[in-house]
Every structure is written in structure tokens, then in C-alpha cells.
Design a protein around this ligand. Structure first.
Ligand code: DAH
Length: 341
């Protein structure tokens, strides 16, 4: 009996020493000390011992039990410490390692200009409205007082969806004037930026899709002086306080009188250079006093209210603003180009 106990002591010690994780330690505890364990099994045979042997063996068995319990505990503590150490090692953060570079883009140069414009107009009490690009010919042309035979209505110029030429991709942002006036009564101050479409071949100054910004102010007693004052202020905020502008008479069906606004070339200061094609001036936008027919068509009495409107191509403005020479660069999204802004 004594030999069996000693053998168990030896075997269990070794097994506990070799255990590599908590699960195998628990399995050993059950194997040796559990109710159906090996030590318990040996003790059940005590009945066969003599009266002298029994206390001696009993004491030895208890001693072995205590020893095993202690060994299990200390092995458990050692394993826990080791695991903690491994965990710390695997989770160390080397703060001296170089970081991963996160590449952040910049806002597209054209939208940078648009943001600036919005800021300027919002500062003057204008609201920004955006709406549909698929439009009725009625809004794109008729309600803007464009004649039935206006060349812009040709199938060679405009993208139509229907054989009867009633639905199209808007060719200008001016129909936004009509949408706003039909919904809202004066006073009205809006700008309407957005995409427009024309059947143009792509070259350095043309694209079948481009952006326009429309603007309109309607109220009692609004005159051409308001138009000039506001647009001059916008030009100065955009291009600098000493920007020189001029207004030339022009024709648009939806305004009367109509004009075009130029700024003096920012490069040559009016002397004439390649940027302004020797003119000294750069054309900026079309504008005018909203035609009485357009007002009354939207239920606004032209005897009571008047207003001015303007429209311009955003790409052209952005090209001029950043002194970029080719329109295609705006759309190609070549990172080497975009990185420069
Ligand atoms: N819609 C015109 C165009 O596409 C631009 C324009 C001119 C808009 C005069 C206006 C305006 O509102 O008053 O060429």
C-alpha cells in the first residue's frame, strides 16, 4: 500500500510539472483527487490493512493529498503568470514604429470655387436651391420665353427623352427660376447650382455635361442698379477688392434688358494677353432684368414686382479662378492634377 501511494505521489508530481495549461491541470486534479480519483480509490482499500498500518497509511495519504493540492495551486499560479506575460508580449505597442500614412484627398477645385460662391451669396441673404436635371421642355424653354424655333431646341443641340421633344436633360439652370417662382412668392433671393447638358464634342472649352450657377432676386422696386451692385460685390469678393468689371448689352429671351458681365483680365490688367485672347477682358456671366412675361407666367405681377437674374458656367469660372488652361482637367480626376489645389 505504501509503495502504491509513493508511486502515485511521484507520477502525479511529474504530471503536474508537465501540465501546460489550465484545462490539463484541472483534468489532473480530477484524475488524482476527484471522488473517483486514484487517491480515493487507494484509500478505499484501507479496510484490508492491519490496525497498526492503518493510521500510518492514513497519515501518508493525507500528506500526499495536501502536497498534491499545494502543487496544483502553485502550478496554476505559475501558468497564470506565464500566460499574462505572453499576452503582454503579444500586445505590446511599439510607439517608435513609423505610422501608416492615411491619404486624405482635397475638395475638387471646382467645388472649392462653388463653396466660396455659396458663402458669398448666403452672406447676402440668398438661399441655395438644387433640383431636377431631367426637365420638361416647357420649363427649360417655353416658360423662359424661348421662341418655338429657338436653335437651342434642335435635336442636334439638346438631349431629348421623348419623340415629341417634351422631356429633356436641362440645357441650363434657368428653369430653376420658374420652379422657385411657382412655389414661392416674393421676396425671392436664390442661387441654383447644378449640372446641365448639351450635345457638344469634348474639347479644351466644351463638354456635353457641365455646371451652371443660376441666380435670381425678385422684390418690389428691384432695378438694374441692384443687379450691378450685387454682381460687382460678388466679383470683388471672389477676385479681390480692386477687381474691375464692365457690363455689355446682350440678348436673352428671359431677361429684358439683358447684359453680359466681364472682368478685367487678372493677368494683364486689361492690356491684352493670351489669357484674355488680347481682349483685356474676360466674359464672366449673362444677366438681366427678369422678363415681365416670365414673371406673369409664374403668377407674379410685373406691375408690382421686378427682379434680376444671372447665369454662368461654373467650370469656366473655376478655370479662371485657378488659372487652369484646359476644361478636360476638371473632369478627368487625375490625382496629379487634383493634388495641386
Ligand atoms: N441660361 C443662360 C445660358 O445658359 C445663362 C443666363 C443668362 C441665365 C442670363 C440668366 C440670365 O438667368 O439672366 O446661357
Amino acid at each position: 500500500m505504501k509503495e502504491l501511494l509513493e508511486a502515485l505521489r511521484e507520477a502525479s508530481r511529474q504530471a503536474i510539472d508537465e501540465a501546460v495549461d489550465m484545462d490539463s491541470l484541472e483534468a489532473l486534479r480530477i484524475r488524482y483527487l476527484g471522488k473517483k480519483g486514484e487517491l480515493t480509490a487507494l484509500l478505499k482499500q484501507m479496510g484490508r490493512l492491519s490496525a497498526e498500518e492503518r493510521p500510518v497509511i492514513g497519515q501518508l495519504a493525507n500528506q500526499i493529498r495536501t502536497e498534491l493540492e499545494n502543487e496544483l495551486d502553485s502550478r496554476k499560479a505559475a501558468l497564470a503568470a506565464r500566460m499574462q506575460e505572453l499576452k503582454l508580449q503579444s500586445e505590446t505597442l511599439d510607439v517608435t514604429m513609423p505610422g501608416k500614412e492615411v491619404k486624405i484627398g482635397v475638395r475638387h477645385p471646382m467645388y472649392q470655387v462653388l463653396d466660396k460662391l455659396k458663402e458669398i451669396f448666403i452672406g447676402m441673404g440668398f438661399a441655395v436651391v438644387e433640383d431636377r436635371e431631367v426637365e420638361l421642355a416647357e420649363y427649360n424653354f417655353d416658360k423662359l420665353n424661348e421662341a418655338p424655333n429657338h436653335p437651342a431646341r434642335e435635336w442636334t443641340d439638346t438631349f431629348y427623352f421623348t419623340e415629341d421633344s417634351s422631356i429633356l436633360l436641362r440645357t441650363q439652370t434657368s428653369p430653376m427660376q420658374i420652379h422657385v417662382m411657382e412655389k414661392q412668392k416674393p421676396s425671392i433671393r436664390i442661387i441654383a447650382p447644378g449640372r446641365v447638358y448639351r450635345k457638344d464634342e469634348v474639347d479644351a472649352t466644351h463638354s456635353p455635361m457641365f455646371h451652371q450657377v443660376e441666380g435670381m432676386a425678385i422684390d418690389k422696386g428691384v432695378t438694374m442698379a441692384d443687379l450691378k451692385g450685387t454682381l460687382n460685390e460678388v466679383a470683388r469678393q471672389l477676385y479681390g477688392p480692386d477687381t474691375v468689371t464692365r457690363f455689355r448689352p446682350h440678348h436673352f429671351p428671359f431677361t429684358e434688358p439683358s447684359c453680359e458681365m466681364d472682368i478685367q483680365c487678372y493677368r494683364c490688367r486689361g492690356k491684352g494677353c493670351p489669357t484674355c485672347k488680347g481682349e483685356g477682358w474676360i466674359e464672366l456671366l449673362g444677366a438681366g432684368m427678369v422678363h415681365p412675361k416670365v414673371l406673369s407666367g409664374c403668377g407674379i405681377d410685373p406691375e408690382v414686382y421686378s427682379g434680376w437674374a444671372f447665369g454662368f458656367g461654373l467650370e469656366r469660372l473655376a478655370l479662371a479662378y485657378f488659372k487652369i488652361s484646359d476644361l478636360r482637367l476638371i473632369f478627368e480626376n487625375d490625382v496629379r492634377f487634383l493634388e495641386q489645389f
